[in-house]
Design a protein around this ligand. Structure first.
Ligand code: SF4
Length: 699
């Protein structure tokens, strides 16, 4: 391509690859030979303090990749063939209309993603409910944040990922990192923890693996996967027995403590230590450090949350926060460390089965009436509650959902029990996938629509702190790629709903989103694009345009009507998957530094792909010896659901009873061929983190 003014500029953007949303600038320089070089730098004053990790330094490579989709594709005689937008949109509308006439609107499902901007997440929910009229919409954030979100809502009355500021981390005297590997997943946050450590904080990491994060801990509890709730209960019992609780805080600001305290009498510390695979003395040490610290913050992430008791496990950690009164003051709080780029915002604006914008409930009459008034429809025009992401796959498998519209997600890799998901997708009458690259799911589609990447897309994202940030397009869309919100408007217009989807820009959509969220739990009403351009992000809730935003939550009151937080004393109602003679090992999964989600984008970055080329199974040397596995050998790992094949990586950093496999690869290397589809009854999170497996074969 000839150099022109587009090719000699500084692009201002944000890294899309995690919930920190580090600001970056990309300097594009063209040599006289025509070769273009890209220099990426962090921008100071962002949440990351101007830092970028290796993902942020190389994120642009997927946006500029030669495999970007530049025009729509329609499947003809089994092959995806290039098509015009007009042809693709016409086929979509004809097939949607036929499907609705034959089987009703609920035969169409809509599936979104936690990397979509707030504007697209909002519009996707509106598109599903009143563009198509289906109750079936959910998104991949169901696998990411649903346990922490539901736990936060029940406990505090509102779900905001981080209840305090990142700047509070160095003020905490004790920090618990439960099931989170920040050093690899959100690396630019590490300096906050290092500073806390330098100031004398005691850091506890709870993880079955000796991760890079665990290596900086003062105390590493190398827990057996699936026992986090028991561990938190044991810590609480010790704190209660030792009097390391804040009675005044409990009395004045909480409900439900007495019931919980009597349940604590039944906790058997010896048995808990045995089940968790941790010495009782270490549990006592953790309880002592957190219980007696003047200030403290607890973080949870997928290690705690992606379990069939994920909701209650998070609430067990929140019980510790409330019992010790470590919330609502400096250096104190709770944080759910989101993974996806818009993990926080993606769950606020209505792309969840049970939710309308502003965190409103789809089952609450006044919430429905309010949102209907903003959308200009009658409340009864908004369908009722749908089902969660994996349950949608089951309905597809059963033939109840016959058409799927998918945007910003790759479910054939990210769902549990992939064998069923593959069959479900193949059974569909019609599958439309909007993506920037040909993902594993897009390869199955009847129609593929090209969308813009983070470099070409304007919209807001809400980072893990609840801080709303504006990311403006830095480049024009390549080829015929379109803004994802524009695609939704194009389809809605052809379905005869154009008057309800008439927007000129992402800002136009945000203006409606602000109003839709007004008075809701996640109130964005006071946030505008003008303010976001002037200010370094604004924390919700922000109820008016002269409101500064709310970096710090719950200093005076919680969000329940009586202003109090709620302890839980519920017991886990689900029987977890257990190892057996046939399946003697625990399979758990997670991330690696170089990759994001299902790797569709990061594998297109040569620098990132080179760091982690293939999937692997981390396995303890003793376990490897038992199964005669050599380092680097191919092994097949099998559960009751299915099997996958990866190379072994022998390491003393993992428990002897556990195998760790990353989640970023599809095909025969996909760990989700073996994971369980069992769901948490409270939030419908699948139990990704615990699957009973065996090493079936060594090649
Ligand atoms: Fe920042 Fe996360 Fe991107 Fe790394 S991956 S640069 S921590 S936003």
């Amino acid at each position: 391509q000839e150099p022109d003014e587009t090719w000699n500029k500084v692009l201002h953007t944000q890294c899309p690859f995690c919930s920190v949303q580090c600001k970056a600038q990309i300097r594009m320089e063209t040599a006289s030979s025509g070769a273009v070089t890209y220099t990426v730098e962090g921008v100071p004053n962002a949440a990351s303090g101007g830092r970028l990790c290796v993902k942020g330094l190389n994120a642009h490579q997927h946006g500029l990749h030669s495999e970007r989709l530049l025009q729509p594709f329609i499947r003809k005689e089994g092959k995806l063939e290039p098509a015009t937008w007009e042809e693709a949109l016409q086929v979509i509308v004809e097939r949607f209309t036929e499907g609705m006439a034959a089987y009703g609107s609920d035969s169409i499902g809509v599936y979104g993603g936690g990397s979509l901007t707030n504007e697209t997440a909002y519009l996707l929910g509106k598109f599903a409910r009143i563009g198509i009229g289906t109750r079936y919409i959910d998104y991949n954030g169901r696998f990411c944040m649903s346990a922490a979100a539901s736990a936060g809502s029940k406990t505090f009355g509102i779900d905001r990922g981080l209840t305090c500021r990142l700047a509070d981390i160095p003020l905490a005297r004790c920090i618990i990192l439960a099931g989170t590997n920040i050093a690899e997943c959100q690396p630019t946050l590490m300096p906050y923890f290092n500073e806390a450590k330098e100031k004398g904080a005691f850091i506890i990491v709870i993880d079955p693996r000796v991760t890079a994060t665990a290596k900086m801990a003062d105390l590493h509890l190398q827990i057996r996967p699936g026992t986090d709730m028991m561990l938190a209960d044991a810590m609480l019992k010790i704190m209660v027995d030792e009097g390391w609780i804040d009675e005044r805080f409990i009395r004045e600001r909480t409900n439900g403590y007495e019931e919980l305290r009597s349940r604590m009498q039944t906790v058997d510390l010896v048995e808990t230590a045995r089940l968790c695979g941790i010495e009782e003395e270490l549990i006592r040490k953790a309880a002592s450090a957190y219980g007696q610290a003047e200030t403290g913050i607890i973080f949870t992430a997928r290690g705690v949350e992606q379990q069939t008791d994920g909701h209650l496990a998070v609430r067990a950690f929140l019980n510790l926060v409330l019992a010790s009164g470590k919330i609502g003051r400096e250096g104190c709080g709770y944080g759910a460390v989101t993974g996806q780029g818009n993990g926080q915002g993606g769950r606020e604006h209505g792309q969840k089965a049970d939710q309308l914008p502003g965190y409103r409930s789809i089952e609450n009459e006044s919430d429905r009436a309010y949102v209907a008034s903003v959308w200009g429809v009658a409340p009864e025009d908004i369908p009722g509650k749908g089902v969660s992401a994996y349950e949608m796959m089951e309905l597809m498998h059963q033939g109840e959902i016959r058409t799927l519209f998918l945007m910003g997600s790759n479910p054939i890799v990210s769902n549990p029990n992939v064998n069923l998901v593959k069959e479900a997708l193949e059974k569909l009458d019609f599958l439309v996938v909007a993506d920037m690259l040909l993902s594993e799911t897009a390869r199955l589609a009847d129609i593929v629509l090209p969308v813009t990447s983070y470099l070409e897309n304007t919209g807001t994202l809400t980072n893990l702190e609840g801080r709303v940030l504006l990311r403006e397009a830095a480049l024009p869309a390549p080829g015929e790629a379109r803004q994802d919100w524009r695609i939704l408007c194009d389809i809605a217009e052809r379905l005869g709903k154009g008057q309800l989807f008439s927007y000129a820009s992402a800002e136009d959509i945000f203006e409606e989103l602000r109003v839709a969220s007004k008075g809701g739990a996640a109130d964005y009403y006071g946030i505008t694009y003008d303010r976001l351009r002037r200010e370094e992000g604004i924390y919700w809730p922000c109820p008016s345009t002269d409101h500064p935003g709310t970096p710090f939550m719950f200093s005076a009151a919680f969000a329940h009507p009586d202003r109090k937080a709620v302890f839980t004393s519920l017991q886990n109602p689900v029987t977890k998957e257990r190892v057996s003679k046939d399946y003697p090992l625990i399979l758990t999964n997670g991330r690696v530094l170089a990759h994001y989600l299902t790797g569709v984008q990061t594998r297109r970055s040569p620098a990132l792909a080179a760091r982690s080329e293939a999937n692997f199974a981390e396995i303890h040397p003793d376990t490897a010896r038992r199964y005669r596995v050599e380092d680097g050998q191919w092994i097949e790992i099998e559960s009751e659901r299915g099997s996958f094949s990866v190379r072994s990586r022998i390491s003393g950093n993992i428990r002897k009873d556990t195998i760790f496999v990353p989640m970023h690869w599809g095909g025969v290397q996909n760990v989700n061929l073996a994971t369980t589809p069992a769901l948490d009854p409270f939030c419908k999170m699948p139990g990704f983190k615990v699957a009973a497996v065996r090493i079936k074969q060594v090649y």
